[in-house]
Design a binder for this molecule. Structure first.
Ligand SMILES: [Fe+2]
Length: 305
């Protein structure tokens, strides 16, 4: 047990792809068990819970030291423009992966990109629901408005989960969550794990709000290029892209509402949490950056082979 723990914990410090994949896969399975497992026989036992805590501790120690060395965590958050400026300064903003998707990617690569997004896109409803627990009424009102949009404003056919599954069907893609997870890179798994880690512990609440702000703010511009590529590659096929078209616009409203109605008032009440907001914000941007870098490199390497 001690040896296994030390191997996993070293993964974060040695940047070994194989070890990182093992560590993030294990964490991913543990989070899945905690969030979705309905069979008591498969609950995490005490030994596994300890292992999970060690892994989380090592992982966060590494992530925090990376972020603290690069970003300003003291800047007051009192207007939307300031957070937008921070996003635009980050290297993940207007990532080249989306230029590649817009102009060069083929059908197979689009399908791979969409499958890699599938777990977070389908589980996002649940992640948003987790944000509701223990927050103020004003924050609840904003999260409920976002959830109502996730729920197609009451129309099941317009649920974002349903729209995304329809896109998968139109592309002849079969969604098997376990298969997608098994085939993902550690960078992709780490992105899902970051959602889980920040969503499930109340002490991470403001970090989680930072992660959600970064997510809603980053996607719209990327999705415009994504749709440009979809229209190029699938111009002769009937593919329902409502999921992505909807997120091009709705995420802009959600990001604004999130910052104005949740983040700014919460931080005005609790200025000691400003660093937490920036930590969640930058951990998400760094995580997506590593993931997009990996995917672009993977596509380019295969293209050259
Ligand atoms: Fe959505």
């Amino acid at each position: 047990m001690e040896l296994v723990n030390s191997v996993y914990s070293q993964a974060f410090h040695h940047h070994n792809d194989h070890q990182l994949k093992s560590a993030h896969l294990l964490l991913n399975n543990m989070y899945y068990s905690v969030m979705y497992n309905e069979d008591e026989a498969f609950m995490l036992d005490e030994k596994m819970q300890k292992r999970m805590a060690i892994l989380e501790d090592e992982w966060m120690r590494y992530e925090k030291s990376e972020c603290l060395s690069r970003y300003n965590f003291t800047q007051e958050v009192n207007e939307v423009a300031l957070v937008e400026a921070a996003l635009k300064r980050h290297n993940v903003y207007h990532h080249h992966l989306f230029d590649y998707l817009a102009l060069e990617a083929n059908e197979h690569e689009f399908k791979q990109f969409i499958l890699n997004e599938s777990v977070l896109n389908i589980d996002f409803f649940d992640y948003l629901a987790l944000a509701l627990i223990g927050v103020s009424d004003q924050t609840r009102a904003e999260i409920m408005a976002n959830l109502w949009d996730e729920a197609g404003q009451g129309n099941i056919q317009r649920f974002h989960t349903v729209l995304f599954r329809k896109l998968l069907r139109d592309l002849d893609l079969t969604y098997r969550r376990d298969m997608v997870i098994a085939n993902m890179s550690w960078q992709g798994l780490a992105g899902i794990n970051l959602f889980s880690y920040l969503a499930r512990y109340p002490f991470n609440k403001i970090k989680y709000f930072g992660l959600l702000a970064a997510t809603e703010m980053l996607d719209p511009d990327h999705y415009i290029k994504f749709m440009q590529g979809m229209n190029r590659v699938f111009k002769d096929k009937k593919i329902d892209c409502t999921y992505y078209l909807e997120h091009q616009t709705i995420d802009i409203q959600h990001a604004n509402g999130w910052l104005k109605n949740v983040v700014i008032p919460e931080l005005a009440k609790n200025p000691n949490k400003i660093a937490d907001f920036w930590l969640g914000f930058y951990m998400r941007l760094d995580s997506v950056h590593r993931y997009y870098d990996y995917l672009l490199n993977y596509f380019l390497t295969r293209q050259a082979a």
